[in-house]
Design a protein. Structure first.
Length: 613
């Protein structure tokens, strides 16, 4: 890990862009397609999707040049209804933002931050937004949309598709144009749900993005594409112009594949108990990558050159839906919609290069990391853009079960990349060179850190029980070095402070869960076997600490370094002990998990007897 990180410290690059100097007439701005992905209206509330969509529709950018595509992999009528209502609201919200130079263009953020509005126009707009929220909440609570309230016959037919045969994993493609810029200067808003069937192959988010890539090629084929998670609302209305400062620069744009903005999260507590801010990967390592071939693709907040998805800079994959395709018909024309439905079929990619040589790449749960890696291997470069005002803000996990689930998915996905034929350790060295491939190895081999964590969490503790030294004794000259390093790390990095001890679903409807997070109290969520290893290590460290102290007091000597490591483990496990014994709220550690962890601890101690004796 030290070697791979070092490659990111050799040539850090800090960039500045000046969007105010970008001079172009409105008609000369390139068209922009925005891809927003969602999948579950209960884990990713429709109003969250609405706010993200409205925030990018309101960019300081020619409105008729923006097309927002929302991919709903669950094919939910609830999300479709919310977007339909959002399209109506946007006709009032967008002009208000631009006429009043509003910076927070997510309605939820703006009205929350400006609770004492006095202007009549603003108050009226706030009432409209609150009514919108009530209507969406009503259909979400009911679990269905009353089609009798839908005035448009075309839209009513779409909602009627949700009969008893329609499920989130088995349904036809749905492409609905909710708003066009043909009749008024407003962004296009298109709802897309790709076809799914029980026999088709599903490629999760990457498959949804490739469907959007093809559908947008048919309907608008904009040269610039922005990919966003449904919870990452725009926080800066001039962000697209910042990206254009790089994408339109003739000195670098010949092989510039994408411009990556950092992920920022709102509502992070002071001590960030779940480590959700992720400053190292999103702020520190990125400037190191930028000095090589550019930052990795983070899955959201990224502006792509559409040309990037169709082959290396030196060649172009021949494809009917490629970047050179000419779109000369309205997006709601019948033949355009028919072709769009055709390219959204579940079997469209069979026997094609989609997912391997064209589009977003398949082969890993971390499709963003893998896609960026393969694009870099093809010769594309990227740029990191980290302005002072965050370009996007998202929600961080408020429950430990969400954090652990997220980390598990990342680990499995990275291991899939490790053991594929395109591993950074072999293929990467040939395609990227030494330093950039080492930079990719930093993440690819990150899951193996768990081995050292397991060793330090269990081995010194077992050694204490059986009096077997695995580190230098106090009389050994090397003991001083271990002692110095331990105290140095503890005091400077962790400050040996337990103050504040008092991560994915994106829905924050649980007020108790949110309150616990604000108070920096760990929330272990529902009973889950994922917490068995954590609970086992906690119990093992506590028992070993008690035994080590007893041994030290009884005999006057003991295994000091092992005891120091164990005490370090005990301090870090204080929230776990509290969740096991003292707490009675819903976020406590379930008794079943604690009981099983106790049994596993005893088995390990008995197994340790065979290891050390």
């Amino acid at each position: 890990m030290w070697a791979t990180t070092t490659s990111l410290r050799l040539n850090p690059v800090h960039r500045s862009e000046y969007p105010e100097r970008y001079e172009a007439k409105p008609e000369d701005f390139p068209k922009l397609d925005v891809f927003i992905c969602t999948a579950d209206p209960y884990k990713e509330p429709p109003m969250m999707v609405v706010n993200t969509a409205l925030s990018v529709m309101a960019y300081d950018y020619p409105a008729d040049k923006i097309s927002v595509y929302v991919s709903d992999d669950g094919g939910s009528s609830l999300t479709l209804f919310a977007l339909m209502e959002a399209a109506k609201f946007s006709k009032h919200w967008l002009p208000y933002c631009k006429n009043n130079n509003v910076q927070d263009r997510s309605p939820e953020v703006y009205f929350s931050a400006n609770s004492h509005l006095k202007d009549e126009e603003a108050l009226n707009l706030k009432r409209m937004y609150e009514d919108l929220k009530k209507r969406v909440k009503h259909v979400v609570d009911c679990g269905k949309v009353d089609t009798q309230s839908i005035k448009s016959n075309q839209l009513r037919e779409v909602f009627d598709l949700g009969d008893h045969k329609f499920t989130r994993n088995d349904h036809p493609s749905i492409i609905t144009v909710l708003q066009t810029n043909e009749t008024e200067m407003m962004p296009n808003l298109i709802y897309v749900s790709r076809e799914k069937s029980k026999v088709s192959s599903h490629h999760f988010k990457a498959g949804a993005l490739n469907t959007l890539l093809r559908v947008s090629s048919v309907m608008t084929n904009s040269p610039i594409i922005l990919t966003l998670d449904c919870d990452m609302y725009s926080n800066d209305p001039i962000t697209p112009v910042r990206a254009l400062c790089y994408l339109s620069d003739p000195k670098i744009n010949s092989n510039l594949g994408f411009v990556q903005f950092p992920q920022k999260f709102q509502g992070i507590t002071k001590n960030d108990i779940y480590g959700s801010e992720l400053k190292r990967p999103f702020d520190i390592n990125t400037i190191g990558y930028d000095g090589l071939m550019g930052p990795i693709y983070m899955g959201t907040g990224c502006f792509f050159n559409r040309r990037t998805f169709y082959g290396p800079p030196s060649m172009l994959e021949i494809n009917d839906l490629g970047p050179n395709r000419i779109v000369d018909k309205p997006i709601n024309a019948q033949d355009i919609l028919a072709l769009a439905h055709n390219v959204a079929r579940s079997n469209y990619e069979c026997n094609t290069k989609w997912g391997s040589k064209i589009g977003f790449r398949y082969g890993s749960l971390v499709e963003d990391y893998y896609t960026g890696y393969m694009l870099h291997c093809e010769g594309w470069r990227s740029v990191f853009c980290g302005p002072k005002r965050a370009a996007f803000y998202g929600d961080s996990p408020k429950s430990l079960v969400d954090v652990v689930g997220q980390q598990t998915r990342w680990s499995i996905g990275l291991l899939e990349v490790d053991f594929c034929k395109y591993s950074p350790f072999n293929y990467g060295f040939k395609s990227l060179g030494l330093l950039m491939s080492l930079g990719y190895c930093y993440y690819a081999f990150w899951p193996f850190c768990s081995i050292s964590l397991i060793v330090y969490g269990l081995l010194p503790q077992l050694a204490i029980f059986y009096g077997v030294s695995i580190f230098p004794k106090t009389s050994d000259p090397l003991f001083g070095l271990y002692l110095f390093l331990f105290l140095e790390f503890t005091l400077k990095t962790l400050n040996l402070s337990t103050h504040g001890f008092n991560v994915t679903s994106k829905a924050n409807d649980d007020d108790k869960q949110r309150k616990r997070y604000e108070q920096e109290i760990f929330d272990f969520g529902s009973s889950s076997s994922m917490f068995l290893p954590v609970a086992t290590v906690a119990i093992m460290n506590l028992l070993a600490f008690v035994w080590g102290i007893y041994d030290l007091l009884a005999r006057g000597e003991g295994l000091v370094i092992e005891l120091m490591l164990t005490s370090f483990g005990v301090v870090n496990c204080l929230p776990i002990y509290e969740a096991m014994v003292l707490r009675t709220d819903d976020g406590k550690l379930p008794k079943r998990v604690s009981f099983l962890a106790g049994i596993i601890t005893l088995v390990l101690i008995m197994s340790g007897y065979l290891l050390f004796k």
